[in-house]
Every structure is written in C-alpha cells, then in structure tokens.
Design a protein around this ligand. Structure first.
Ligand code: G1P
Length: 289
C-alpha cells in the first residue's frame, strides 16, 4: 500500500476568525511569511505525496491563484534582482500537482471528503485538515503513512487532550498494538466527558482507504446537523482494520485566534529573519506585563 494522494478540506466558513476571514480565506492568513495552507502542503509533500486535492468553495479562489505562476510579478522581481523573493514565489507554485474541487454546499467535513471520490479512485489517501499545522521532526503525515503501509489499514492521528477539551474533538476507543500505535475499536464526534471513549482525540490527520466513500455517501447528518467524517470512520473501523498513531509533534489549531497566535509566535521564533529580533522583543515586553 503506497500513499501518493492527499485531500485537504478547506471549504469551511472560517467563523471562528471573523472579521478577518470575511473576505480572506482562513487558509490564506499569513503564518509569519507564508499562508497557513502552504505549511499543510509542505507536510504532505515531505511525506511523499505527489497529488493534492484541495476542497474549496466559492469564496476561496485566492488559494488557486497562490499556487499558480504570476509572470508579471516574477518579471518585476527578476528585474529588481530580488532573487530570494522570486525563488519563494515560484516555489509555492511548484510544490506539488494541486487539484481543486468545490464543496458546493457547506454540509460538513464528511461531505467535503466525499467530494474527493473521483480524484482518489481506488488508492489510499491522506487527509490533512486545513486548520491544523504541525511542528514535528518527522512530518506527522509521514508517521501515519508508515503505519498505514505497515498494517495495510486506515489510520487516524491522535494525541491525548484534557477531559474538558474532548468535546471539541472526536474521541477514540483503542487497544494497544505497539509503542504509540493502537487498534481503533470505536469513536464519537464532540462527546461530552460522560460520552467520551478515552482522552485520545483525532487531531487533523488521517490516512484512509477508498472504502470510506460508500460509507459517506449513505451517511445521515450527525453532530451539528452536518455529515461528520467521524461518523463515517466509526462505521469503517467496525468493518475494517483501523489504527491510531499517537503522533510525535505539536499541533496548532490555526482556525481559532489563540491557536493562530501561538503558532505565529513559535514559527516566528524559529524563522531566520525574525527569530532573534522576536526573542529580544518578547523579553523587553515581559518586563512591563
Ligand atoms: C474536526 C473533526 C474532529 C477532529 C477535529 C480536530 O472538528 O470533526 O473529529 O477531532 O477536527 O482535528 P472541527 O475542528 O472542524 O470542529
């Protein structure tokens, strides 16, 4: 089993980041000097993915433009001798083979993934949620792909979250298989602390087999009246092998303001152009707050 395709659902309305996301897609907000979605695509590419489908909607055409060439700008940068900028602008367009499909109605994550059916065909594929940026030595998608190939199974990326936080996620019922890898027995979306199966939550990364599409096609709306991917995965894990990887790395939820700011600070601290300056700035600031 080789994973060469990925799907990035990016058709949400961005309601947790308003008013900034009224006209700018949340995936296009700058994380230091690159849009959020570029980090997600770079992670997929680092995991050996070659073809990427972004599920968009009518308000997100800035994304397609970003991953295209921009001859007028490139000529100007070239003439001005701005080699670094030219390299970066061009690099974004050459990262991968990127395809787009629109989710014509906002009907939930499961429905967005279902829109990838034609693109995926009969191959396994990775799913990377457009809000979740990971900072990890080994790309989180690569950690999941490795487990998918080893077990010939679907994989969900999980980490422990607090009992208070579990109702923001899906909770999984698991049994240990080996270090950091579990067999998935059941799951539910946005459980209350009483309903949760464990403190392990699925956090934005999956490797799925195309079996999921028939399930999604016949799924009733679940939590929030939406077609939930988790409900589809619950059915999938009951009929086929599914494993959970307790992945190594830090996840940032850039779809909410605090997560976005945390990621911005951490990434800016590591960035060669801003790291030293920001460290000093924060130290100065800290004296007065
Ligand atoms: C989605 C999924 C949920 C998952 C979460 C974090 O929820 O539905 O199962 O745990 O992402 O990856 P959302 O953040 O869209 O509410």
């Amino acid at each position: 089993m080789k994973v060469k395709k990925a799907v990035i659902p990016a058709a949400g309305l961005g309601t947790r980041m308003l008013p900034a996301t009224k006209t700018v897609p949340k995936e296009m907000l700058p994380m230091v000097d690159k849009p959020v979605i570029q980090y997600i695509i770079e992670e997929a590419v680092a995991a050996g993915i070659e073809d990427i489908l972004i599920v968009t909607n009518r308000a997100k055409s800035a994304m397609d433009d970003y991953f295209d060439y921009y001859p007028e700008l490139e000529t100007r940068l070239n003439q001005a001798g701005k080699d670094r900028e030219l390299y970066e602008v061009r690099k974004a367009a050459d990262l991968a083979n990127i395809f787009y499909v629109r989710q014509k109605e906002t009907k939930g994550l499961g429905h967005a993934i279902w829109r990838a059916k034609r693109f995926v065909g009969d191959e396994p594929f990775a799913v990377l949620l457009g809000d979740d940026i990971m900072r990890a030595d080994k790309p989180v998608t690569a950690q999941l792909v490795e487990a998918a190939e080893k077990y010939s199974a679907s994989v969900v990326g999980v980490q422990k979250v607090s009992t208070e936080a579990i109702s923001k996620y899906s909770s999984v019922k698991i049994a240990p298989l080996e270090q950091r890898i579990f067999s998935v027995l059941d799951m539910n979306e946005k459980p209350t602390p009483e309903q949760m199966f464990s403190n392990y939550a699925i956090l934005g990364r999956y490797v799925l087999t195309p079996e999921i599409f028939n399930i999604l096609e016949n799924l009733n709306p679940g939590y929030g009246g939406e077609i939930q991917l988790t409900d589809g995965l619950q059915k999938l894990c009951r009929r086929s092998t599914m494993v959970a990887v307790d992945f190594e790395g830090r996840r940032y939820d850039t779809g909410n303001l605090k997560g976005f700011l945390e990621a911005t600070i951490d990434f800016a601290l590591e960035h060669p152009q801003t790291g030293d300056w920001l460290r000093q700035f924060i130290q100065e600031k800290a004296k007065f707050i």
